[in-house]
Design a protein around this ligand. Structure first.
Ligand SMILES: Nc1ncnc2c1ncn2[C@@H]1O[C@H](COP(=O)(O)OP(=O)(O)OP(=O)(O)O)[C@@H](O)[C@H]1O
Ligand SMILES: [Mg+2]
Length: 226
């Protein structure tokens, strides 16, 4: 089982002459069996932390490693490969590619991994059916409802069998019914595919489902339960 670790992560942004310190000495270990929620008010730094843990952004200082591979020592290319093989990311605003159909969007990680073939297409088809998005496969993203877009974004995030699934407010823009569906789907996926969940959310009911809940406040991360 893989383990993702970050040590003494800091992140600051320079805004004109000011420096905004968003993350301060964050330490966190995520095992592949963990389900983790990260909560905190808007602007607390949840998205920033998720992007850094997933190798999408660099910390100002500190280290992140997956098993024994230290991200700061890897080339951009090697880090991309690690992301493609181990991580899935569901963005806060889904980030489906506007000009591609839903099926093409879901195939994209397979194309990047050079593994789009008859058998992976069949797996993608089964996945789309199991999460009830198959009937919209030939549509462009703008035609879909919020819940459908979110399901497509989740399918795209898990098509390469990641070990860690990052979800940035996956229920943030959904009504109660769609929100409950997405919550169930995420936990079903976690069990079925042995994938860790690292989820940013404001939702106080949703956080009750996770093994561990952390709060980001004043740039610091603390655990609420253990
Ligand atoms: N690229 C950037 N340049 C400058 N400031 C940034 C940048 N990205 C984020 N910030 C700032 O860092 C802080 C944390 O942002 P972040 O998006 O991580 O918060 P969040 O907890 O995800 O908020 P929300 O709940 O609204 O999504 C905010 O004040 C934001 O304006
Ligand atoms: Mg955010």
């Amino acid at each position: 089982m893989s383990k993702l670790t970050c040590n003494n992560i800091t992140k600051s942004f320079e805004i004109g002459d000011d420096v905004l310190n968003v993350l301060n000495n964050i330490n966190l270990t995520v095992n592949q069996t963990d389900t983790i929620a990260i909560t905190g008010i808007s602007g607390a730094g949840k998205s920033s932390l998720l992007h850094i843990l997933a190798g999408l952004d660099k910390p100002t200082s500190g280290e992140i490693s997956l098993d024994h591979q230290n991200f700061t020592e890897l080339s951009k290319n090697d880090l991309s490969k690690i992301r493609l093989n181990n991580f899935g990311f569901v963005y806060q605003f889904h980030h489906l590619l506007d000009d591609l159909t839903i099926e093409e969007n879901i195939h994209m990680p397979l194309i990047l991994k050079k593994s789009l073939n008859a058998s992976s297409k069949a797996i993608a088809k089964d996945l789309m059916k199991s999460i009830d998005i198959y009937k919209r496969k030939d549509h462009l993203p703008w035609k879909l409802s919020g819940g459908e877009k979110q399901r497509a974004a989740i399918a795209r995030a898990i098509i390469n069998n990641p070990k860690f699934l990052f979800l940035d407010e996956p229920t943030g823009n959904l009504d109660i019914e769609n929100s409950a569906n997405i919550q169930n789907l995420i936990f079903d996926i976690s069990k079925k595919y042995d994938v860790a969940l690292i989820t940013a959310t404001h939702d106080n009911e949703f956080i009750k489902l996770f093994d561990k809940v952390y709060t980001l406040e004043n740039s610091n991360l603390s655990i609420n339960n253990e």
